[in-house]
Design a protein around this ligand. Structure first.
Ligand code: FAD
Length: 292
């Protein structure tokens, strides 16, 4: 919720809502994002976030997008991936973000850029969280990533949970999950976190569905499972844009309602710089402001 430009106020509702964008490539994309950010204000989001391209490829684009969102009066959180960057590079970016008025960062390891020859990333998000706390104290609220369906590179669920625990212990304030379509994966993860003494809010990441091939390709890459029944329904609707969209909105509205009922502390929408499906889901959940 934002009522002062660039700052976050005490939430008026307990459910935390946020929306994720990627940095647009050109002026047309920036203008279109202005409109999307405006449309999504009807959710009264606690903040917008902006991704950071693999290997720092959008370092400038992310910063410029965040500066633009802040200038328009929205609370905005940059994603920052450590990749193979040096402390000096990270510290310089932190200084720039502090000057811009940023108060929240999504701290990540990141992935190597696609293509041959990209060096393996030697760092991890735990190290980045430690660097940010060393350099900036508690100035930034730190979000980290969580993987209810287990990170693709992980040696196993226990090891992945232990690394998550260490990342939180290094100074994370809250976490956002990779998207999932089975709420049971989230419930199981929350229970395991609780048993491991991890008590930060863990907000489900929600990926609206608008394109069959896109969601299948991306889910394979990031290790998100599409349950068989859902895959079959989506496949059958692959060429029916409106039908696929309606099915996606119905399914995710039901899942979000269940997650809220089960006590999820909020919802984070991977909007892909679009507003329609996110707003439709929130409308069905009764989360939009009355006059929107
Ligand atoms: P980590 O927490 O470092 O974990 C990565 C892997 O290493 C895991 O398998 C873990 O088990 C293991 N590990 C962790 N710590 C250690 C350790 N100390 N020693 C050995 N192994 C360890 N990617 C982008 O490029 N840009 C983005 O903007 C972006 N935004 C994202 C936002 C969210 C909410 C999520 C969920 C993911 C996002 N990603 C983004 C993807 C993310 O960068 C990848 O999933 C990446 O592979 C892992 O990042 P991480 O921060 O989760 O890494």
């Amino acid at each position: 919720m934002t009522d002062t430009p660039g700052t976050e106020s005490a939430p008026r509702r307990t459910l935390r809502l946020s929306c994720e964008f990627f940095p647009p490539r050109d002026e047309g994309g920036l203008k279109s994002l202005d409109a999307v950010a405006g449309k999504l204000q009807s959710l009264q989001p606690d903040f917008y976030s902006c991704t950071y391209g693999a290997g720092g490829t959008t370092r400038d684009g992310t910063r410029e997008t965040i500066a633009r969102l802040l200038a328009q009066g929205y609370a905005a959180a940059p994603h920052l991936s450590i990749g193979n960057d040096s402390k000096e590079t990270v510290f310089a970016l932190l200084d720039q973000y502090r000057q811009l008025g940023v108060r929240r960062i999504v701290a990540l390891r990141g992935d190597a850029p696609s293509g041959m020859g990209a060096p393996r990333i030697q760092n991890n998000a735990e190290k980045l969280v430690g660097w940010i706390r060393d350099h900036s104290g508690t100035h930034f609220h730190l979000e980290v990533a969580a993987y209810p369906e287990i990170h693709p590179d992980a040696g196993g669920p226990d090891q992945d949970l232990e690394y998550f625990r260490r990342k939180v212990a290094a100074g994370a304030d809250s976490a956002i999950t990779q998207y999932f379509y089975s709420p049971y994966a989230y419930y199981d993860f929350i229970e395991r976190c609780s048993r491991a003494g991890i008590d930060i809010p863990i907000v489900p990441g929600i990926m609206p569905i608008t394109n069959f091939e896109g969601i299948v390709r991306f889910s394979r890459k990031c290790g998100a499972d599409i349950p068989r029944w859902m895959f079959k329904r989506l496949e059958a609707l692959a060429d029916d844009e409106a039908g696929l969209r309606d099915f996606g909105i119905d399914t995710l509205t039901r899942m979000c309602a269940e997650l809220i009922e089960a006590g999820a502390p909020g919802l984070h929408f991977y909007t892909l710089n679009r507003w329609g499906a996110t707003r439709a889901i929130c409308n069905r959940l009764g989360l939009l402001t009355p006059d929107s």
